[in-house]
Design a binder for this molecule. Sequence first.
Ligand code: CP
Length: 363
Amino acid sequence: MRHLIDPTDLSVQEIHEIVTLAEDIIANRDKYREACKGKKLATLFYEPSTRTRLSFTSAMMELGGQVIGFSDAASSSVSKGETVADTVRVIRCFADIIAMRHQKEGAPLVASQYAGIPVINAGDGSHAHPTQTLTDLLTIKREKGRLDHLTIGFCGDLKFGRTVHSLIKALSRYEGIRIYLISPEELRLPSYMLKEMRANSALEFEEVRTMEEVMDKLDILYMTRVQKERFLDEEEFDRVKDSFVLDPEKLKAAREDMIILHPLPRVNEITRSVDNDKRAVYFRQVENGKFVRMALIYTLLQWADENKPFEQTPVFNEEYITGDYTCPNKRCISTTEDVDPIFRYSEDGTLRCAYCEAKAKAK
Ligand code: CP
């Protein structure tokens, strides 16, 4: 059974195929009107969403399928204490594929161990957001005509920005990528990601403190919101919340063919006066999200085995290490639900929690 939990669950070739399929869907909408007829998508959203949940819903409807689910965990039996594992064992009786958003990092991975149907990570805490990555890749492909040989500035909340984490991971596999990480000290990219980027000799990157330093070098400026909901300390949020604001004055230094991306929602980091600039593509990016999610749902359902329950759950493959370690990350699902602690070695040789990628701690 194939799931999409992390962007690297898809090979570069598979991403190419999904992006190409999305482009075909855009060009031939009628051809796909019944592509998922008789299939049901369950959207399990434990955290607020506008774009992701509604684009999944719209995507499945355009494929001729149906959608069930919840947009507020408080209205489900989660409020009575039901675990992620039990919830998806129930949902698999009603649906063919699941899209899950959860505030705990690793929750969709837990779901994939129990569901017996494909699970798509629609955003887990500060960790990953692989379908936003597919959205971003389709947008870059359509706007720039390529996914390689690009210079990208990621600006804002790089610490908690799951869309940034996932897009960097995905782009790191293409040739000629140069990345500028633009953030205040408090919102730097997590150290596990910096370590992985240093271990990738094909990737060039640099940390800077202002967008002005690099604006004229960029093919893509990827803006992000400072995420109030992820801060444990409100004073720290107040210190950094207005760190970066993109306005027409700052854009004067940018190339004419640069594009501005933002996963949205925005607060004040892009002024409204930028919206009519031809380089602002963040609302076209939203629409691409629906098309690429259509391509993903269709592909995962094609790949899915027959829908049948696991005889035993969970089933771990040999890449996981269990035993004498714990995860120190308070935002990890393994710290709040009764799940098997599992670990694996990352490409930089560090043993990490399989759910959230925090460095494993010996017991
Ligand atoms: N980009 C994104 O994930 O938006 P939502 O939180 O509205 O789904």
